[in-house]
Design a protein around this ligand. Sequence first.
Ligand SMILES: Cc1cc2nc3c(=O)[nH]c(=O)nc-3n(C[C@H](O)[C@H](O)[C@H](O)COP(=O)(O)OP(=O)(O)OC[C@H]3O[C@@H](n4cnc5c(N)ncnc54)[C@H](O)[C@@H]3O)c2cc1C
Length: 463
Amino acid sequence: MSRIWDTVVVGAGPTGCLVADRLQQRGLGVLVVDAGRRPRVGERAAEIDRRIWSYRSVGGSYDWYRVRAVGGRTLLWGGWSHRFPAASLRRSGWPYGEDVLGPLYDEIEADLGVVEGTLDARYERAARTLDVRIVPKRAPLVEGGAVWTALRTSVAPRARTLAAVLGLEHERGNATAARFIDLRDGMHKRFRARSFVLAASPIETTRILLQSELGRAGKGIGRGFVDHMVASYVLLEPVPAPPPGGRGRFPGAALVECFVNTGARTRRSYRGGFSIEVAGPVPLDVLGIERTVPAAEVERWSATLIHALGETFPHPRRFVDLDREVRDVLGRPIPRIHVAWSREERRMAAEMKTACVRFADTLGAPGSRLISFVDPLLAGAGHEAGTASMGDDPNRPCDPWGRLRALGNVWIADASVMPTAGDRHPTLTLLAHARRAADSVAAFLACAAGASTQQGQPSGSPR
Ligand SMILES: Cc1cc2nc3c(=O)[nH]c(=O)nc-3n(C[C@H](O)[C@H](O)[C@H](O)COP(=O)(O)OP(=O)(O)OC[C@H]3O[C@@H](n4cnc5c(N)ncnc54)[C@H](O)[C@@H]3O)c2cc1C
């Protein structure tokens, strides 16, 4: 506890692990802490303890997937890894463009082993009929064909587990320690460091910051909260599924991206866009929906998932704050999630549903049935973002490197920094951001060490 680390990284999900890996490669002393346990490689995430991780939603329901374990939500994820298009970055106010992101995407894809799947000819035909662009799924695969998880990083085995970070202590605009509850003995303790990286996922990062007594400097934290809208369907077809492995690495998976609201092709009235993911066909038991057809017919049917992810923009009535009247079992005020939809978003939700249904109608074999699973206005996709967005504008909580304006030695590596939810799955882009944040931390530490040496202080001491 008395050691002063170069960097303490809060959260051992993919973004925290990537930052820590990168800093360790540069010879820095890094501690990664996580509130959860360390599962085995290949193990799925356990249900979270909702007494410890309770919250309240206001103005609408909000529930989302959370994981409290080393590896974070990559213990559940589908691996979809598509780059954000340049136009999408521009319209969302992302503080840098393709020129910066391109090389970062190249590096991350190579490190994680992102490969392209096989495009089902039926999907291709449906897309052609609808005049939309379709591309095969891209995902990071590891040996055995499993999707990469953050457990594969070199830092994951050494992460300090069962440490739930509560807040940051600070002096003169710099953080000095991360306060945490040791879930093994219930004691309050602290980790000291020269720099800190928050990668606990946006709602938890927001709680940590709001509990850090930042005063006026923390203005804006929790505002700008966004998530994907999700329209989700299962297409049931009276056609047997192909045998396992019969259609390549990701049988039938594809991303339909022409619904993105870019360029002159579209006159849509909303600012954001959406993409559609299609995956399957698989046997009904893979999705646990055998009961949707008579028992004797199960073998004759297959299921294809069709879902749209829609981009939301900040809304003045959508934000995260803390309910200081209600405490969880650890004594922390619980996050309060305020839900609201703009007229544009409601319009896009309707269009997302129409687009999924049209795709299903075009794709489905005669006699198919479409089951609606998730409505876009039921909030909570598990891609929450935007609560400490980054940009050149000094009113944004973070600078374009994810460095917190309120505390000069704190960076945010998770989706809190995203200006919008984006129009597709975010993790590849988040990892690119995390890499930039890590480089910024390393530059800060090198500069601090150089300045300290010049002043006759021990190298690396905090300034
Ligand atoms: C079902 C599902 C499927 C998904 N599929 C895809 C996909 O196909 N493609 C894609 O790009 N994205 C997908 N995602 C999203 C993806 O998983 C996230 O974007 C990604 O995991 C975010 O990484 P992160 O490191 O920022 O946060 P997380 O993965 O959430 O990790 C946060 C870590 O912080 C820890 N933590 C939380 N609070 C504290 C605290 N107070 N103190 C200490 N530690 C704390 C947690 O235990 C956790 O390990 C999916 C998500 C879900 C839920």
